[in-house]
Design a protein. Structure first.
Length: 381
């Protein structure tokens, strides 16, 4: 059976170079980076070199990169400390954020009595920046938490505009960049972001590791307590091989960014063109068909299929060896509709199946054509 992996927004395949780097580190740098002997010092040197290299891609100091277990922990670290330690009384977010932000905001509302506000969105999920400014001006001490690229519909937020709105109104800005780090350049010396979350497995690195950018002198305090690792901000023995794997994956991603971006963009545009030709009644969710407003890595489509037939779509695609998603992988197994699509689609559209297809350098046009044929056959059957 043919196998086509088009769920790269959920996770990506490890690059061979990353596997080699991690294997080497597992064999040679097994020391605890907190140990004072030579084997421990060797691991510490590697750890700090990775931190320095990763920081250089965003034009920040190494001290501002805190290694975490991934994007979810990084989101929690920033938001929980903001409410607990930084005097934040209001969280401004949107209804289409990742659950790592939405569920954390709900919990903080209960724990610390913070107010949670949702910025208005248009029917494509684009943020109303005027409403955002109004919310900032009406709050006492706010943190804005909006993701750079939406993981389900691919919308790109103007993070520079949001950051300057926050600064002008004495607010903090946290952004989840899990879908953009490794795929887009972000210059934090020009964009006054306070906190930023990233995860290695979204750019062909290992799972279980990521980082939180924490602007110096922010006052952020630990989420996890214990030892003095990560400058006292994140306790626990660092996973050196995973951090080295993330470093390698990010290095390769940014060294080849323009070439790989052009290749994956070509796949996306070919997919969109073939969908329009072969299944003319389908529609695109959010702004995903417009490369000026969405990431080049994914497409989210609503297929013209009767509701009673829709439940079989994912099953049929899986039988044909096609891996894709109806939403965030974190919601897999849930019978609930995507909260992102529920926020922007009409009831009629929600009754039709929507599917997210996300691409990487390891996909081909032949695979795209195969998926188009399978979709067309299912829609017309």
């Amino acid at each position: 059976m043919k196998s086509v992996y088009l769920d790269n927004a959920a996770t990506t395949a490890l690059r061979p170079e990353v596997i080699n780097r991690m294997t080497e580190v597992l064999q040679e740098n097994y020391g605890n980076a907190s140990s004072t002997h030579s084997i421990g010092r060797s691991s510490k040197a590697l750890l700090e070199q990775c931190r320095k290299t990763i920081a250089s891609y965003f034009n920040v100091s190494a001290a501002e990169i805190i290694f975490t277990s991934g994007g979810t922990e990084a989101d929690n670290l920033a938001l929980r400390s903001a409410a607990r330690d930084l005097g934040v009384t209001d969280i401004i977010t949107s209804k289409i954020e990742h659950h790592a932000v939405l569920h954390t905001a709900e919990q903080l509302k209960d724990e610390y009595n913070v107010n949670v506000h949702f910025v208005d969105l248009d029917n494509c999920g684009i943020v109303d920046y005027n409403h955002l400014e109004d919310l900032l001006q009406s709050c006492n001490k706010a943190i804005v938490s909006l993701m750079h690229i939406n993981n389900e519909i691919g919308n790109i937020l103007d993070i520079k505009k949001v950051a300057h709105l926050c600064k002008a109104n004495d607010g903090l800005f946290h952004t989840d960049t899990v879908q953009s780090v490794g795929h887009f350049k972000i210059d934090l010396s020009e964009i006054p972001i306070d906190f930023m979350a990233a995860s290695a497995h979204k750019f062909h690195g290992p799972k279980g590791v990521g980082f939180c950018f924490v602007r110096k002198e922010s006052g952020l305090k630990p989420l996890i307590f214990g030892g003095e690792q990560e400058r006292g901000v994140r306790a626990g023995t660092e996973s050196i091989h995973n951090i080295a794997g993330m470093d390698e994956a990010l290095k390769i991603s940014y060294a080849n960014l323009e070439l790989e971006k052009a290749y994956v963009t070509g796949l996306k545009m070919h997919f969109i063109e073939q969908l329009k030709t072969q299944i003319p009644n389908l529609s695109f969710n959010g702004g995903c068909q417009d490369l000026t407003t969405s990431t080049y890595t994914l497409v989210n489509v609503c297929l013209p299929i009767a509701p009673e037939k829709a439940s079989m779509l994912q099953f049929q695609l899986d039988l044909k060896g096609i891996a894709c998603s109806k939403g965030s992988a974190c919601q897999s197994g849930s019978s609930q509709q995507s909260h992102v699509l529920s926020a922007i689609l009409t009831e009629d559209k929600l009754r039709q199946p929507s599917v997210r297809f996300s691409f990487s350098i390891y996909n081909t046009k032949d695979e795209i054509d195969y998926v188009i044929d399978v979709l067309k056959d299912f829609v017309n059957s």
